[in-house]
Design a protein around this ligand. Structure first.
Ligand SMILES: C[S@@+](CC[C@H](N)C(=O)[O-])C[C@H]1O[C@@H](n2cnc3c(N)ncnc32)[C@H](O)[C@@H]1O
Length: 205
């Protein structure tokens, strides 16, 4: 099964799964500096965890995901909201023109993509000059069951690598901090319990 098939399959269960993995504190911290009236892209949007906060903060949202099924679930949840534009697309070729968004957010997306540095560069491409990229994801870990059971491609990241990829993509004012909460998961057989630090990385174009 590939990553798209996995997320198509779990689309209807994703909200419940996500609530068990990490708390709303991730979103609160990620969105703490957003400005009302701006345009934000939510990349790897899933069922709209980040988009929901952006809408509540008064931004317009472009939600991109590889999985039609998960975007369908998101559309169902936010059926009465007209300021979300849903687009099916892939990490290496986002369906958003150059320099059109004020923010790009990606929560728990980077550890699923084939090439994290290329995915970062592609998110930087769509940012307007002075736009901001905000990535929230997992610190490096050793819980292999997450690859087998949840289709994670990367076992989290070293913060030094994230900083290097942000610099390589041309970002400045790079900051990487701990969110202050962990991602938690139990292996299906119950023998392993993962508790993994979550970082927030931001940079300006
Ligand atoms: C772990 S989920 C996170 C969803 C959402 N951001 C959240 O916080 O609940 C990762 C999402 O990224 C999407 N995704 C993974 N790889 C992708 C790729 N190469 N291109 C586009 N979307 C991708 C998946 O379909 C999935 O919806």
């Amino acid at each position: 099964m590939n990553s798209k098939d996995y997320f198509d399959r779990v689309a209807q269960d994703w909200d419940e799964m996500r609530e068990n993995f990490f708390s709303d504190e991730v979103r609160v911290t990620a969105l703490s500096t957003v400005q009302k009236g701006k345009i934000a892209a939510d990349i790897g949007a899933g069922t709209g965890f980040i988009s929901e906060g952006l809408i509540q903060a008064g931004l317009q949202v472009i939600a991109v995901d590889q999985s039609e099924a998960i975007l369908k679930e998101m559309k169902r949840k936010f059926a009465d909201i007209e300021t979300i534009d849903y687009r099916v697309g892939q990490a290496q070729n986002l369906p958003i023109p150059d320099e059109t968004v004020d923010y790009a957010f990606a929560n728990m997306y980077l550890h699923h993509v084939e090439s994290p540095p290329e995915a970062i560069a592609e998110m930087v491409r769509i940012l307007k000059p002075s736009g901001k990229l905000v990535i929230t994801d997992l610190d490096e870990h050793e819980f292999d069951f997450l690859r087998k059971e949840h289709h994670d491609r990367w076992m989290g990241f070293k913060r030094a690598d994230i900083a290097e990829w942000f610099q390589g993509a041309g970002l400045t004012e790079i900051r990487i901090d701990s969110i202050g909460t962990c991602c938690e998961a139990q292996s299906s057989c119950g023998s392993e319990f993962a508790s993994i630090g979550i970082f927030i990385a931001s940079g300006k174009k």
